[in-house]
Ligand binder design. Sequence first.
Ligand code: RIB
Length: 311
Amino acid sequence: MSKICVLGSLNIDMSTSVDYFPHVGETIRLNSFDIFMGGKGANQAVALGKLSADIMMLGKLGDQFYGPEYMNILKENGVDNSCVEIVPNEYPGIAFITVNKDKNNVIYIHPGTNYMVDTAYVDKYWDKISQCDIILHQYEIPIKTNIYLMKKMHKAGKTVILDPAPYLNVADDTYALCDYVTPNEVELSQITGMPVDNHDQFIAAAKALLKKGCGAVIAKAGKRGAYLITPDTTEFVPSYKVNAVDPTAAGDSFNAGFAYALSQGKSPIQAIKFANAVGGLSTTAMGAQNAMPTLKQVEDFLKTAEINDVY
Ligand code: RIB
């Protein structure tokens, strides 16, 4: 089995649900409030841990507000936390998440110690990082650190997967360091400056991103499924029917499922099918990491799963 690592954020999610998003100046009552572990990076790592991947997390926590507890949660979920540092007297990353009745969410982020993950941190753990075969990146730590490690891993011939979330305007040559870039619809439009309102526009935007130099684009089309776009192929893989409650971290779980399947020697198309199952199942309870499935749950689900026909 290939070894995987995630460089990225660890957040404490203050997760709430409401009937609707308030208007400017309006005060509304929450229907629920919970504190969950989250952060796009750690969500990917925990999803991989639950799938029984050989997974190591790279990032920083503060010692305030559930930071130390998060260390245990990583471990309990099968994630190697030996490179995760706890910074004294600091808050970890904190996210304020609201989900409305339509199962859409809005997220505000306080970066906290995620923004202390610098290139010196990468150098400190390079010996361990360089033993990994696949690395996952997102944009909730400093971009300078992401690019620094992407260059090193790309040069070492490793598989580099970039989830360009939340959107950041980066130099085009960043994409050339990546084997796979996995935007959702919004990020695809933001990266390319192109509309994605219909099928043709979506494909045109994904092809424009591919031209920036990455190996392949895995374009996540929300509830519908995902596309694989390479120089030779454009293929759509539909999602599965699930009873969605909270979409938070569906994209993170998708990326984890994709990396896991690649680490097992699956093709990109097979990996997207598996990722669709992991992403879909992760939406079936409130909270980012709550409903992330185990390998057995994914395998059982795939035996009877029905294709979603929302396309
Ligand atoms: O992708 C979902 C994640 O985004 C949440 O867990 C939150 O922490 C933010 O990083």
